[in-house]
Design a protein around this ligand. Structure first.
Ligand code: SAM
Length: 302
């Protein structure tokens, strides 16, 4: 099974996790991933979404980490596109793993929150929903076209207190200060690879990992500058490679008055987890329900 992995990925995973776990990862990348959605509680309720799914004959399960996350056991994205609740922005198609960072961030009403690499806005709209539109969210995105897509999603989802900034977040002025920060960093996407879908890994390469790592370190250092002391942030990637995860966190924390805190999530014992060098950080193993994903919660000390 592991021989199906792109060469560099196979070598990197074996070095990091060993043969047995690499084989599990390869098996997880060889299955089709189920579609999942998040209830947009700004517009509807989980009961109403459940009723609409049942009416449409779409089977679902709820997630261990949130009652507002639904796993569709058979349906595909296109089945959801056809439903009125999708058109009305009452649900957001979002992978299970990608719902975890905003939950770990635990955004607070009234807080000034920076979503540093935000488009197309899946996590920004989730933060807006978690706070009932009562936090001041700044959503930063470097790419203009992706930022436009995010504006569309924010509008459709009814996320009304979001200020979109189209710029390189690593150059944000140091005088900005935020109560909470999410850095869902650009990455190689190693965790999202599906071996039966070559388009999911055609851009993957060692060079992409190295380039991503450079940007990630720059962005995380900036996030730690912009975070108010005594407050927490979340760093996440959809990669399962230490070069983009543990290595970045450990390098960014060097000489900085900050510490990793345990990312507590409901139903955590039911997540498929990979070994991780940083106690308290989470690395999710890809399988039929979850993309490979990393998240680490960090507190800046006073
Ligand atoms: N958080 C998003 C969501 O949940 O929908 C996904 C974010 S995606 C992993 C990373 C995003 O970061 C991409 O849209 C990319 O264009 C953007 N990006 C890359 N470099 C950036 C930078 N220096 N400053 C701001 N955004 C950046």
């Amino acid at each position: 099974m592991t021989e199906r992995l792109p060469d560099f990925l196979q070598q990197a995973l074996k070095k990091q996790y060993g043969e047995e776990i690499t084989a599990q990862i390869a098996a997880g990348m060889s299955t089709e991933r189920k579609t999942s959605l998040r209830v947009n509680t700004l517009k509807t309720t989980r009961e109403a979404v459940a009723a609409s799914l049942t009416e449409a004959g779409i089977a679902y399960e709820t997630a261990p980490f949130s009652e507002d996350a639904f796993l569709l056991t058979q349906a595909k994205e296109k089945d959801i596109w056809a439903l009125p609740m999708y058109e009305k922005g009452e649900v957001y198609l979002q992978s299970f793993s990608s719902m975890l960072p905003p939950l770990a961030l635990a955004p607070r009403q009234g807080a000034d929150i920076l979503d540093m690499a935000a488009a197309p806005g899946g996590k920004t709209t989730q933060i807006a929903a978690l706070t009932g539109n009562r936090a001041n969210i700044t959503a930063c995105e470097i790419n203009n076209i992706r930022a436009e897509k995010m504006r569309y999603n924010l509008e459709k989802q009814g996320a009304s207190r979001v200020n979109v900034m189209v710029r390189d977040a690593s150059t944000l002025e140091d005088f900005f200060r935020f109560d909470q920060i999410l850095l869902d960093a650009p990455c190689s996407g190693s965790g999202t690879i599906l071996l039966d879908k070559p388009q999911t890994y055609k851009a993957f390469s060692e060079k992409l990992v190295l380039n991503s790592a450079k940007i990630q370190l720059k962005l995380l250092k900036k996030a730690l500058t912009l975070l108010k002391p005594g407050n927490t942030m979340v760093y996440s990637t959809c990669s399962i490679l230490a070069a983009e995860n543990e290595d970045i966190v450990l390098r960014a924390l060097k000489g900085v008055n900050a510490e990793v805190v345990s990312a507590e999530l409901p139903g955590m014992d039911q997540l498929p987890l990979l070994p991780c060098r940083i106690p308290g950080a989470l690395c999710v193993r890809p399988n039929e329900n979850y993309e490979g994903f990393f998240l680490c919660k960090i507190r800046k000390l006073k």
